[in-house]
Write a protein that binds this ligand. Structure first.
Ligand code: FES
Length: 107
């Protein structure tokens, strides 16, 4: 397996309804994960971009949360419609999408 240029971690943590921290599942992370998968497949980016679902990344109030390494960029409150710009501008273009990042006091 070639070493990927970027590794995308999508929080897919679930919690019971009414839990005080909420969860990325209740914020729609499943659809966000699917969109990353579909776009990576459609563009044949498997060698350059690794995609992993993960447990809680920390900023639960900002779900759906996505963390990109090696840059250490945390995105929050992501919707399906945000995935394309992250792929094109950040993962391929090397420029993080500032408008989608969580506030600096959060990460
Ligand atoms: S549940 Fe996703 S960041 Fe905590």
């Amino acid at each position: 397996m070639p070493r990927p240029k970027k590794h995308v971690f999508v929080c897919t943590q679930n919690r019971p309804q009414g839990h005080p921290r909420g969860s990325c599942v209740s914020s729609g992370c499943g659809a966000v994960m699917n969109e990353f998968m579909n776009q990576i497949q459609a563009r044949q980016l498997f060698d350059d971009i690794a995609l992993t679902n993960t447990g809680c990344l920390g900023p639960c109030g900002f779900g759906a949360s996505v963390l990109v390494y090696p840059d250490g960029v945390m995105y929050g409150k992501l919707k399906v419609s945000d995935v394309q710009s992250i792929i094109e501008q950040h993962l391929l273009g090397g420029e993080p999408v500032k408008s989608l990042q969580v506030p600096t006091e959060v990460w």
